[in-house]
Design a protein around this ligand. Structure first.
Ligand code: DCP
Ligand code: MG
Ligand code: MN
Length: 325
């Protein structure tokens, strides 16, 4: 998770975190699954660690930091940087350029590299680009930047204001890394819900049309079942990615958990639910029975309230800012 939370500027181990993040970026495009996992865990542990680390021995005492990463930390403490970051091959730099195109994953980036593509212009010539990738190229410089928290808030407020005129009973929540307290966000995630309006698919189209007419949304990438991915901007500012969900009020709690994340937190809370004989998804908490490998969904036992879901799972409520797993 490369998003920086509010206190991150004063993190005592920020330089180490930045160096490890750079390595993580490299392993991400290389598709090194084990290192991705251990670097993510280590970085998130370091973000919570309150004091400046003095040596490898101290690093090893932190839960989530193993031998290899502790060595990297010692290297940094000895020479002021991590050698591996000073020798980044051209191939990795190219993969990172491709990976920064919205709609391109690390697998596709590697496939293109293997096929001989080296520049964004090489990519532009391809005839098999998805709509997301075409927009990703069109707005490449803008979309690879993270969005300041204040702008996420500003765009959110603007959207809420515009929609309230037409749908006074529509409620909006700003979700994702913003709700977790991040100082910068990769995109703008929103939930719309209502106690009174029926959330039919036409409403979705209407919301998109309304935001387009208001010159906030500039492109839609997909409008699928109750989720929209698009591009927006305000005041001729940079183009930003926006995602929104339309959520029935009785599913709001489950949707809040899902769309707050982060993805690792979701994975662990879903695993916890499964261990207790439940199934948790973005619609609710269900009783579940396992038959072999298959999970049979039973009765829905909660959905409208985040707190209730935590309670039924038998764990204390975790505020969003503590879900940066
Ligand atoms: N989500 C998930 N699993 C995924 C993708 C998303 O559980 N594979 C959930 C958790 C995320 C939330 O949706 O926190 C929003 O997804 P984003 O991709 O927008 O991620 P974030 O908002 O957390 O981070 P960023 O600042 O990079 O957008
Ligand atoms: Mg997001
Ligand atoms: Mn998103």
């Amino acid at each position: 998770d490369s998003s920086k939370t509010k206190d991150e500027e004063k993190l005592p181990n920020r330089e180490i975190i930045d160096q490890l993040q750079k390595l993580l970026d490299r392993y991400t495009v290389e598709g090194d699954r084990w290192r991705i996992k251990s670097y993510r865990t280590a970085i998130s542990a370091l973000k919570k660690y309150p004091t400046k680390i003095k040596d490898k021995k101290e690093a090893l005492l932190i839960r989530g930091i193993g031998e290899k990463i502790a060595d990297k930390i010692q290297e940094f403490l000895d020479i002021g940087y991590m050698k591996k970051n000073e020798e980044i091959p051209e191939s990795v730099k190219t993969l990172e350029i491709f990976y920064n195109i919205y709609g391109v994953g690390s697998k596709l980036a590697r496939k293109w590299y293997t096929e001989g593509l080296r520049t964004l212009d090489d990519v532009r010539k391809r005839k098999d680009l998805t709509k997301a990738q075409q927009l990703g190229l069109k707005y490449y410089q803008d979309l690879k930047q993270r969005i300041p928290r204040s702008e996420v808030e500003e765009i959110g407020n603007r959207i809420e204001k515009v929609l309230k005129v037409r749908f006074p009973d529509l409620d909006m929540y700003i979700m994702g890394s913003y709700r977790r307290g991040a100082e910068t966000c990769g995109d703008i995630d929103l939930i719309f819900t209502s106690k009174t309006i029926e959330l039919i698919d036409e409403l979705f189209t209407e919301i998109c049309d309304h935001l387009t007419a208001a010159k906030i949304m500039t492109d839609t990438i997909i409008v699928a079942s109750k989720i929209v991915r698009g591009i927006c901007s305000i005041d001729n500012g940079p183009q930003r990615r926006i995602d929104f969900l339309l959520v029935p009020i009785d599913e709001l709690g489950a949707a809040l958990i899902y769309f707050t994340g982060n993805d690792l937190f979701n994975r662990s809370i879903r695993l916890l639910a499964a261990r207790k004989g439940y199934h948790l998804n973005r619609h609710g908490l269900f009783k579940a029975t396992k038959v072999g490998k298959e999970v049979l969904l039973g009765e829905k036992i909660a959905g409208s309230s985040e707190e209730e879901i935590f309670q039924l799972l038998g764990v204390p409520y975790r505020p969003p800012t503590e879900r940066n797993a």
